[in-house]
Design a protein around this ligand. Structure first.
Ligand SMILES: [Zn+2]
Length: 176
């Protein structure tokens, strides 16, 4: 129990420090978030990397391009794994990098994929400042960690990280 935090209920989660490798791949996910925005979508990107350091899949959000409300970056990246014959064991050793904290749907999809590790950029609390109060832009207020905690297999979760870099793509992106 961290009593110092309880006196600051509005405090944002603390930024995690990443090693060189995690920083490199999270920055790659952030590049995808900018690409998604340039194509008229919400600015989110995701990269899936094997334990050996092979990029298995990478994608941006494509909600507006496809009209598919489930086309979040993480789900798009996970779907790109389909038919590739990647074993559940290999996925258990893989890391999914997400420029923003995975939503409830994406956290559920990560659970079903058997991926054992997640590193994300901007957290959901800080994202809400960019999203604003418009009802259709608000997220379900449940942390991906709540979903991962309910998983029978362990899912390590690191974030928020590189917050300033991950936030840049959101600046002015939620006005319309
Ligand atoms: Zn999502």
């Amino acid at each position: 129990m961290n009593s110092s935090n309880s006196t600051h209920p509005t405090a944002y989660p603390e930024e995690a420090t990443l090693d060189e490798r995690d920083g490199r791949y999270l920055r790659k996910a952030i590049v995808w978030s900018h690409a998604a925005r340039r194509r008229g979508n919400r600015p989110f990107g995701s990269v899936i990397v094997s334990a050996a350091g092979e990029v298995l899949a990478e994608a941006g959000n494509s909600n507006n391009e496809t009209g598919d409300c489930t086309a979040h970056a993480e789900v798009n990246a996970l779907r790109a794994l389909a038919g590739r014959n990647i074993s559940r064991e290999e996925l258990a050793g893989a890391t999914l990098y997400a420029s923003g904290e995975p939503c409830v749907m994406c956290a559920g999809a990560i659970f079903w994929s058997n991926i054992g590790r997640v590193v994300f950029g901007i957290d959901a609390e800080r994202l809400r400042v960019f999203r604003g109060e418009r009802q259709d832009q608000r997220d379900a207020e449940l942390s991906c960690r709540d979903v991962f905690r309910a998983s029978p297999h362990p899912i390590e979760c690191i974030g928020p990280a590189l917050i300033d870099e991950a936030s840049a793509a959101h600046d002015g992106a939620w006005k319309t």
